[in-house]
Design a protein around this ligand. Structure first.
Ligand code: ADP
Ligand code: MG
Ligand code: ZN
Length: 497
């Protein structure tokens, strides 16, 4: 007898090589104004170059002023990932030339980040994983280049300065990540964390959270790191996982063929499902970092840090644990709810409005009907009121409303915001749990379907068919569990049921 392969046994390239991956995330911080000036930091739908001033246009002589809220977001992130914050930090200039950077340098933090030596834990299909976080620092975003053609058909690159000087937090992991799945899960967990503490909306598709992965391979059982490649342009969690999986295979094939890898920056082409060379990689000494002379060093006093730490909300990991331990949710349901900020708020608010509603039933509605709707029709999902959902779940639990009718009520509520009570009233929904009333309908359905009765007697699974017919006859109002029992009883020859 041969033993089945262990589920965690790596396949393909990962059987020969171990992947070493470090992840850099840039996220746009949620603040009213930009990092070093008073321009509004909310510009997504505004015309280009309508949120600018001498500071964020990089005009000579303009002086930066530190945005306190942005600093607090990084300190809160640091506290949430159990990082340490130095008592004093400063700003540094990272020098390089690019048209989206008019000053010729980016104000960033080099050797004294606001947060260092943190960690983040999360679940994967192979169990819990903890990734070390090297640092989280604060910097300013660049302007945005828009490539196109002018009226004369010439190719032009336009610059939109609305994003220039927006506050950005960069979070860099240790090279602890070992697979494409771990990388995706890390990014998902980080997003949930940033949203929970309100530091960032962290929407990948909207560029509010940009994930870059450094990937290298080493032969299994060896220590030294191989040559790494940095991959950019991954615009969804799925692309993060796909791009890394591709890159692992590509590097393994190259190593197997005896090739030497080069330390490139590569882009991810979503349509073709492959990475391509963008440029060869700069080293940090090429940036000629030096302390920013226009800004004072920043002292982080212990009281400030302590009050930020004390103000942290419940973090995703703690919330998932509470949902499982106190509310009896499955690990899956807890993870699905906590991964989505809207689902979490809906679930929490519904529980406050109807504390006796069954948490598991409520979780089913949130993970199923609500998150399904959120994907299909976010506007309709936005109309779902926590108190109405709670009322719906209570009615189903109390046997007043059938599951089938409840789905219809949910859809009707989301369609225009009408209350559950008014929909139930208007449609005359009332669950029939009275066996006398149901009995007559069941008898009719059995009499009308001799073939299905024969199928039942031949051992075929036709109970669901009968339940469906009874539901149809009662406009979905029958108590499905009762119907199933009654049909079974009758067909098995127990006239009393
Ligand atoms: P850079 O200055 O180019 O951004 P860093 O030293 O800050 O480089 O590292 C960037 C990321 O790359 C970090 O997440 C780090 O853990 C990771 N990293 C460093 N060396 C390797 C390697 N050989 N293979 C994979 N990842 C690596
Ligand atoms: Mg980097
Ligand atoms: Zn400005």
């Amino acid at each position: 007898m041969t033993a089945p392969p262990a589920p965690s046994q790596p396949s393909g390239a990962l059987a020969r090589y171990e992947a070493v991956i470090g992840i850099e995330v840039h996220c746009q911080l949620r603040t009213a104004s930009k990092m070093f000036c008073g321009c509004s930091n909310t510009y997504a739908d505004d015309p280009p170059n309508t949120h600018t001033c001498p500071v964020c246009l990089g005009l000579p002589g303009a002086l930066p002023v530190i945005n306190k809220r942005a600093v607090e977001h990084v300190l809160a992130t640091g506290a949430a990932i159990e990082a340490t914050t130095p008592p004093a930090t400063r700003w540094d200039r990272k020098n390089y030339f690019y048209p989206d950077l008019p000053k010729g340098y980016q104000i960033s933090q080099y050797d004294l980040p606001l947060a260092a030596n943190g960690r983040l834990s999360f679940q994967t299909s192979e169990g819990e994983v903890t990734i070390g976080i090297t640092r989280a620092h604060l910097e300013e975003d660049t302007a945005k280049l828009v490539h196109g053609t002018d009226e004369a058909g010439r190719r032009v690159s336009l610059i939109d300065f609305n994003r220039s000087g927006a506050p950005l937090m960069e979070i860099v992991t240790d090279p602890d990540v070992r697979s494409a799945e771990q990388a995706r899960r890390y990014a998902e967990e980080l997003q949930a964390l940033l949203r929970a503490i309100g530091a960032s909306d962290a929407d990948m598709e909207r560029g509010q959270m940009r994930v870059e992965a450094n990937i290298s391979l080493r032969p299994r059982g060896t220590e030294p790191f191989g040559t790494r490649v940095e991959v950019k342009n991954m615009n969804s969690f799925r692309s993060v996982e796909r791009a890394i999986a591709f890159e692992i295979e590509r590097q393994a094939a190259a190593l197997d063929a005896g090739e030497t890898l080069t330390q490139d920056t590569r882009g991810w082409n979503e349509d073709r499902g492959m990475t391509y060379v963008m440029r060869s990689k700069e080293d940090s000494h090429d940036y000629r970092y030096f302390p920013e002379p226009d800004l004072p060093p920043l002292r982080v006093d212990a009281d400030w840090l302590a009050s930020i730490r004390a103000g942290l909300p419940e973090l995703p990991a703690a919330r998932r644990a509470r949902y499982q331990a106190d509310l009896g949710l499955s690990g899956y349901d807890a993870a699905v709810i906590v991964a989505d900020a809207q689902a979490t708020v809906l679930f929490e608010d519904a529980r406050s409005s109807e504390p006796n509603a069954d948490p598991k039933a409520l979780a089913n509605w949130v993970t199923g009907a609500f998150l399904g709707l959120l994907k299909m029709d976010p506007e309709a999902a936005g109309r779902v009121e926590a108190s109405e959902l709670a009322d719906l779940v209570r009615r189903v639990g109390a046997g007043e409303l059938s599951g089938t009718n409840a789905k219809e009520v949910f859809a009707a509520h989301a369609a225009d915001g009408a209350t559950v009570a008014s929909i139930v009233e208007a449609r005359g929904f009332r669950q029939i749990s009275d066996s006398g009333a149901l009995g007559a309908v069941i008898d009719d359905v059995i009499a009308a379907n001799p073939k299905a009765v024969a199928d039942f007697q031949a051992g075929k699974p036709v109970l669901g068919f009968f339940v469906g017919q009874v539901m149809k006859a009662t406009r979905g109002q029958a108590n499905a569990a009762l119907v199933q029992e009654a049909v079974r009883g009758r067909l098995e020859g127990d006239p009393g049921s």
